[in-house]
Design a protein around this ligand. Sequence first.
Ligand code: C2E
Ligand code: CA
Ligand code: CA
Ligand code: CA
Length: 278
Amino acid sequence: EGDTDGEHVAFYSRDMNQGMQERMRIESGLRQALGNGQLELHYQPKFSIASGQIIGAEALVRWRHPERGLVPPVEFIPLAEATGLVVQVGEWVLETACAQAQAWKQAGLPTVRLAVNVSAREFTSALPGRVMETLKRYGLEPSWLELEITESTLMHNIDRVIGIMDRITALGVTLSLDDFGTGYSSLSYLKRFPIDTLKIDRSFTMGIPSDTNDCAIASTIISIAQQLKHKVIAEGVETVEQLAFLKTSGCDEVQGYLFSKPLPAAEFEKALRESWTP
Ligand code: C2E
Ligand code: CA
Ligand code: CA
Ligand code: CA
């Protein structure tokens, strides 16, 4: 009996140890990846429902791993958030998106707004200055840049967060509230946030049109956005039925596999040149 328990303990602790080693392996790998060009950005187009034109793109990070291939952000961003390494990843992402925007500008491509995801740990008083400095260095208009922030960012110290948001919007950079409705931020704060766009989370879009609750939530978010004079975009649009519902409900913009997956820079550029319509 005692021996069996002993084995169990040994088994579990070895298992835990492996989990820890795996995390450390990913973390040091990611640190190296930052330095040796293994990270890349893919760009998912955002469309205006009214015009059918590409009006922007969301930059999404991937890790081109020598053995594991293209690693999606779910496999390293949560860990990077836990360790703080996400701050360096975020710096790389902003830098790379701005360099790309400058290259597209110089190539004479139509102006589109690039959206960059910012995690809660990056949302410090140092962010507005870093954003301004980076835009200046690449000679970009602030209106080319949008920052997507999630409700978890807003949950910390609300007055401090609003102060940072105000400094960012004062630059002319826009803010959108990502994954809206999935967090716990109070509606009473919503009116105080200087945000441009509300982003309907894919978990709600997915249920349209069959799930009446998801339809109700999506159309309620659209009407809140309209009344607060914000734009509203739905992410994860995969079907024409979802698009039809969103259009009828007054949604402004859409993003999803129905139109395009996130694309490597060269492919997004091609889509932009062809002024691709959904
Ligand atoms: P998110 O910000 O909610 O991004 C949307 C995710 O949904 C992306 O996954 C995108 O590829 C996926 N998606 C878009 N349209 C569809 C669709 O029609 N169907 C389905 N099934 N999925 C769709 P991705 O690229 O794997 O990113 C996952 C998450 O990782 C992002 O969620 C974001 O939270 C995080 N992330 C990605 N890039 C960055 C980054 O540069 N910085 C930070 N801090 N987080 C990032
Ligand atoms: Ca996002
Ligand atoms: Ca999102
Ligand atoms: Ca989402």
